[in-house]
Design a protein around this ligand. Structure first.
Ligand SMILES: [Zn+2]
Length: 82
């Protein structure tokens, strides 16, 4: 049974209306994922940009090692059904 990441570790930013905003581009988003490079909660557009980064693969392997990203996957799939 994979252990879920502690939600308190996620630094989710919100605007005055209580909407979740991307920590990187500050766009209002319903779909978020934790950055591979930091603890930022970012939107899917910014995640796409991260994937183009030359160090993305290295960062994702390092991120996966100590703590499974179970919540990232479940959050991403939830977005497409909403
Ligand atoms: Zn963004």
């Amino acid at each position: 049974m994979p252990k879920l990441a502690d939600p308190s570790l996620e630094i989710r930013l919100r605007n005055k209306q209580g909407q979740t905003i991307c920590a990187r581009c500050r766009a209002v988003t319903t779909c978020t994922i934790m950055s591979m490079f930091s603890r930022d909660i970012i939107c899917m557009d910014c995640e796409d940009l991260e994937r183009l980064h030359p160090k993305f693969k290295e960062a994702s392997l390092r991120e996966r090692a100590p703590r499974p990203r179970a919540t990232a996957t479940s959050l991403a799939s939830a977005c497409h059904t909403a």
